[in-house]
Design a protein around this ligand. Structure first.
Ligand code: ADP
Ligand code: MG
Length: 408
């Protein structure tokens, strides 16, 4: 068994754990449940009832779990495993521990993080995580800066670029993030129908906006800057009060650093739009929106501060040390960050892969309002990406968008 690939069921996974994984005792009393809630893969938790020890196994198939329309190479499982190993080295403590990979079954074994919650869910339950900005900024600076040509040996970096070429996942991003939200000819878009006129006018029919998205798409195609996570939204982040663990890097490839940073900011905006629109009690609303604003601001400002410091201590490339280069380089990342913040806000609102922050809003009037706050902010992030540089800049845009679409 397990000599050729098949998609496992829970009883297969128990057998697999016994035969293939050196983690449990021989007399272990194993049970297995499937706990996946993502779009693409199958996630199994295996628990030994005797010792209480547990692990998680992530298995990929050749199509996405949400839809057979998406053919995605199971090689993404290898990519995810190898990236998690690299991230464990670059940002220790901020990713799950990894116990093994099986290229036949397209699965890998990792630390069970069931004591954490997915951040998007935790935020919707109105919990706050005080260390988030500190942790996510460290994760981003370490994984992004240390894999650039400013720091890495150039031949070694090229080997990694080759190893982590990720055409299927990149194709999904290219279509879902950069193209479809700005074109209503694609039937995969899934706009909230009561908001369709607004979406049509603001996205599908705005030629200037579409031009900017085209420019950004070519950045995504062409800029092999550093090893990005590629899907760094609050659904890929596990949190508990003083712990942050980044999971699910299967979209990783060498791309623009700002892609990750922009995803983090945009997904905090979704949480904010939900909180500001839905929470009735003024004190409670203010507590939550203040927290989210401070996370938005600090995630970016700490990113900038730590980036500069780590640059000083880690850069090896001679020309990168010329006066003014560091500032020029970081400026490009911050421009991409603003653009991607806008793209992510658009694509999660109108595209096929939604976020609960918006879809869980039951009152249509409120959902329209939350979506419009996101889309109006998004457009300014895209158009003004040459200017937007600090956490404060984002808070000003958010405040502007919220005033433009007042709470009912
Ligand atoms: P997908 O690639 O399909 O999006 P994810 O890696 O995002 O899958 O995982 C889907 C879900 O499975 C997560 O939202 C989380 O609830 C659960 N999960 C994933 N990894 C772990 C883990 N190491 N420990 C506990 N639960 C996990
Ligand atoms: Mg995923």
């Amino acid at each position: 068994m397990f000599e050729t690939y098949f998609l496992m069921k829970t009883n297969d996974v128990i057998e697999y754990a016994k035969q293939k994984i050196d983690f449990f005792e021989n007399d272990a009393d194993l049970e297995c449940i499937e706990i996946g809630d993502g779009n693409l893969n199958y996630i199994f938790k295996v628990l030994d009832r005797k010792s209480g020890k547990s692990i998680v196994i992530k298995q990929s198939s050749e199509t996405a779990r949400i839809s057979d329309q998406f053919k995605v190479s199971p090689d993404r499982n290898r990519i995810e495993y190898e990236i998690l190993k690299i991230e464990n080295d670059l940002a220790p403590g901020l990713v799950p521990k990894i116990y093994g990979y099986d290229p036949v079954m397209n699965c890998f074994v990792m630390e069970d993080l069931s004591d954490h919650v997915i951040m998007r869910k935790g935020l919707l339950e109105r919990n706050i995580y005080p260390d988030f900005a500190e942790d996510i900024s460290t994760f981003m600076v370490n994984t992004l800066l240390l894999t650039t040509d400013a720091v890495m040996d150039h031949k070694q970096k090229k080997m990694l670029v080759k190893n982590f070429i990720n055409p299927d996942c990149c194709e999904i991003t290219e279509n879902l993030v950069y193209t479809e939200p700005f074109n209503d000819i694609f039937n995969r878009n899934d706009p909230f129908l009561p908001n369709l006129d607004f979406i049509r006018k603001e996205l599908y029919e705005d030629e200037m906006l579409r031009l900017e998205t085209a420019k950004m798409k070519f950045d995504f195609f062409q800029n092999a800057q550093c090893l990005i996570h590629g899907d760094l939204h609050t659904g890929s982040i596990f949190v508990k009060e003083h712990s942050t663990k980044i999971i699910d890097p299967e979209f990783a490839y060498f791309g623009p650093a700002g892609y990750d940073v922009g995803n983090v900011i945009a997904n905090l905006v979704f949480a904010w739009a939900n909180a500001d629109t839905v929470i009735e009690d003024t004190d409670e609303r203010t507590r939550m929106t203040n927290y989210l604003e401070s996370m938005m601001q600090q995630s970016l400002d700490l990113f900038i501060k730590k980036w500069k410091a780590l640059w000083e201590s880690s850069v090896t490339e001679t020309v990168a040390k010329y006066t003014g280069f560091k500032e020029w380089y970081l400026d490009g990342i911050l421009r991409d960050t603003a653009g991607v913040t806008g793209l992510e806000l658009c694509r999660r609102t109108v595209g096929i892969a939604h976020v609960k922050d918006l879809t869980s809003i039951e009152d249509p009037v409120k959902r329209i309002r939350a979506e419009r706050v996101c889309l109006s902010m998004a457009k300014r992030c895209i158009f003004e990406r040459e200017r937007i540089r600090t956490g404060e800049d984002y808070l000003e845009l958010l405040d502007w968008a919220a005033r433009r679409h007042p709470r009912s």
